[in-house]
Design a protein around this ligand. Structure first.
Ligand code: NDP
Length: 242
C-alpha cells in the first residue's frame, strides 16, 4: 500500500511547539509508539529524550534554517504536526494591527511555512500525514479572539486545499480542533470564565493534552489512511453542530 512508509513506526515525526503544552503531549505519544520525534523550540530546554531543533515559525529564515538541520540530521519528515500557536486576545475595537498580525504570522503563516517545507519529501515518498492543530473557536467564533479564530478557521481551508492538491500522492491533511485544554494558554483565564466554559461543555470539564495527542496519533496511523480534509473535534461536545 502506498501509505505504508509513513504510517508504520519508526516514522520521522515533527511537532512544532513540542517543547510544552499540547505539543509536548503529542511528541511524547509518538515517542511511546517508537517513532523518531523532533520538536521545535524557540528558547529554553529541549524536553528530555526528544530531539530538538530551534525554530520560530513566524520567521521564514528560522524555518529555512530549522529544516536544513532537520534534513541533515533526520532526513525527510513523514508526519507533520503543526501545533505551534499563540493568542493575543482583545475586543475588536481595541485590537491592534500588531496583535492581529502576530497571531496570523504564528498560527496561520507559520503552519503554511512548515507544511510547505515537508511537502517535497512527502511527494517523493508518495506518502505523508499533515495534521494542523486548529480550535473549536475556528468554527464557533469567540468574542475577544477575532485574530485567533480567523487563523484557526484559516487552517481548515488550508488543510482542505492541501488534501485536494496532494491526495493523489498519498498525502493526507487534516485538522484536529480541540476545545479548552489545560495548558499555559488557558491557565491565564479568570476563574469565572473557566466556570462558564465548563458549564457550556457537555462533558463538564477541560480536556487534557493527552486526549488531544491520542486523536493525533490516530490520524497518523494506518487506521486513518482514508481520512483527509477532515476537522476532528476534541472538545467535549462544545462545538457540536458546527
Ligand atoms: P502553549 O502556550 O502551552 O504552548 C504553545 C507552544 O507553541 C509552545 O511550545 C510555544 O513555544 C510554541 N510557539 C508559539 N509561537 C511559536 C512560534 N512563533 N514559533 C515556534 N513555536 C511557537 O499552548 P497550547 O499547548 O495550549 O497550544 C498548542 C496549540 O493548541 C496551539 O496551536 C493552540 O492554538 C491550540 N489550542 C489550544 C487550546 C487550549 O485550550 N490550550 C484549545 C484549542 C487549540 P515557546 O515555548 O517557545 O513559547
Amino acid at each position: 500500500m502506498s501509505s505504508a512508509p509513513s504510517t508504520s513506526a519508526p516514522r520521522t515525526v515533527l511537532v512544532t511547539g513540542g517543547n510544552r503544552g499540547i505539543g509536548l503531549a503529542i511528541a511524547s505519544a509518538f515517542q511511546r509508539l517508537g517513532d523518531t520525534v523532533i520538536v521545535t523550540y524557540r528558547s529554553g530546554e529541549i524536553p528530555t529524550g526528544l530531539n530538538g531543533v530551534k525554530m520560530d515559525v513566524s520567521e521564514s529564515a528560522s524555518v529555512e534554517a530549522g529544516f536544513k538541520e532537520i534534513e541533515e540530521r533526520f532526513g525527510s519528515v513523514d508526519v507533520l504536526v503543526a501545533n505551534a500557536g499563540i493568542t493575543r486576545d482583545g475586543l475588536v475595537m481595541r485590537m491592534s494591527d500588531e496583535d492581529f498580525g502576530d497571531v496570523l504570522e504564528a498560527n496561520l503563516f507559520g503552519s503554511f511555512r512548515v507544511a510547505k517545507a515537508v511537502v517535497r519529501g512527502m511527494l517523493k515518498k508518495k506518502s505523508g500525514r499533515i495534521i494542523f492543530v486548529g480550535s473549536v473557536v475556528g468554527l464557533l467564533g469567540s468574542a475577544g479572539q477575532v485574530n485567533y479564530a480567523a487563523t484557526k478557521s484559516g487552517l481548515v481551508g488550508m488543510a482542505r486545499s492541501l488534501a485536494r492538491e496532494l491526495g493523489s500522492r498519498g498525502i493526507t491533511a487534516n485538522v484536529v480542533a480541540p476545545g479548552f485544554v489545560d495548558t499555559d494558554m488557558t491557565a491565564v483565564l479568570p476563574e469565572d470564565r473557566r466556570k462558564a466554559i465548563i458549564d457550556a461543555v457537555p462533558l463538564q470539564r477541560f480536556c487534557s493534552p493527552e486526549e488531544v495527542a491520542g486523536v493525533i496519533t490516530f490520524l497518523a496511523s494506518s487506521s486513518a489512511s482514508y481520512i483527509t480534509g477532515a476537522v476532528i473535534p476534541v472538545d467535549g461536545g462544545l462545538g457540536m453542530g458546527h
